[in-house]
Design a protein around this ligand. Structure first.
Ligand SMILES: CC(C)(COP(=O)(O)OP(=O)(O)OC[C@H]1O[C@@H](n2cnc3c(N)ncnc32)[C@H](O)[C@@H]1OP(=O)(O)O)[C@@H](O)C(=O)NCCC(=O)NCCS
Length: 255
């Protein structure tokens, strides 16, 4: 059941935002998440996701896995305007429910389609973007709508991602191309099989050195085989914001 929530109470639920006006529409999040973003529109965010506190980042209809790390001033999954229409301007394809702030000005509403105009261009396009578990987006990147940045992938600073990036690849440039892989094929296969982001690692932290990939991997593989890894089941919420009203509702974990 959604209940009203004051901005200062969000931290009690494991969510740190720079400003609550950053959220447009809905935000589904697993706790904890540090989203010092400028704009989040209809996103889902896995546990331990971290956005750099400086600069402004914006994400639109993007699904973030667990442990994602987002550099400052990145733009992820923004909408596209139709390139082959008479005009690419929103007056041609808008609907009041998608662009309420534009429609509140009569000059725009007079020209743009009315609410009863039927399905819009926006309804017919791929809208979602994925930043998978533990992916790391460097500072000032642009990630095109519809792209998937794979598990454990790294996107170098100021890159422009126009195509999917494979798991554990490091990609740089404009357009982003794979520079190298973070690990050997064998290690990547084991990391994907272990899927450590599904488990609560905290009880084991004193027994591993996260700087040591092989040894840490072997340790957790053994824990998993022996049934000693417990699933990570973080408290998960849907935050809705309409103007200055916010509501929070519990829901099952995302993963
Ligand atoms: C991608 C990255 C991780 C690679 O680091 P690295 O493995 O140490 O790479 P190197 O510095 O050895 O560079 C390897 C090659 O890639 C190029 N390169 C590295 N980063 C690049 C980038 N962001 N864009 C374009 N080219 C890049 C280098 O010029 C070099 O090219 P060369 O072999 O032709 O000389 C790093 O450069 C980067 O961009 N990190 C992001 C940092 C950041 O944004 N932090 C914010 C966190 S909140």
């Amino acid at each position: 059941m959604p209940t009203p929530i004051a901005a200062q109470r969000l931290a009690d639920h494991g969510l740190i935002l720079a400003e609550t006006s950053a959220v447009t529409g809905s935000l589904v999040f697993e706790r904890p998440a540090w989203l010092f973003g400028h704009r989040l529109k209809n996103c889902t965010v896995g546990a331990f996701s971290f956005w750099n506190a400086s600069g402004h980042t914006a994400a639109y209809r993007t699904h973030f896995g667990r442990y994602t790390q987002i550099g400052e001033s990145s733009i992820i999954g923004p909408p596209e305007h139709p390139m082959d229409w008479f005009s690419s301007h929103p007056f041609a394809f808008g609907r009041p429910q998608h662009l309420p702030s534009m429609y509140q000005v009569p000059d725009f509403a007079r020209l743009a389609p009315d609410a009863d105009a039927g399905p819009s261009y926006v309804d017919g396009v791929v809208n979602d973007t994925w930043i998978d578990h533990e992916a790391y987006i460097g500072a000032a990147c642009f990630v095109k709508r519809g792209v998937r940045v794979g598990i454990g992938a790294c996107v170098g600073a100021r890159s422009v991602v126009t195509r999917d990036i494979p798991a554990f690849a490091m990609a740089v440039g404009s357009p982003a191309k794979v520079l190298r892989m973070r690990f050997s094929d064998a290690i990547i296969e084991r990391l994907l099989a272990l899927a450590w982001w599904q488990y609560d690692l905290a009880p084991h932290k004193k027994q591993v050195d996260f700087a040591q990939v092989e040894a840490t991997l072997a340790f957790f593989e053994q824990c998993k085989a022996e049934g000693r890894l417990q699933p990570l089941r973080p408290d998960t919420y849907t935050l809705m914001r309409n103007d200055d009203q916010m509501t929070l509702a519990e829901r099952p974990p995302l993963f």
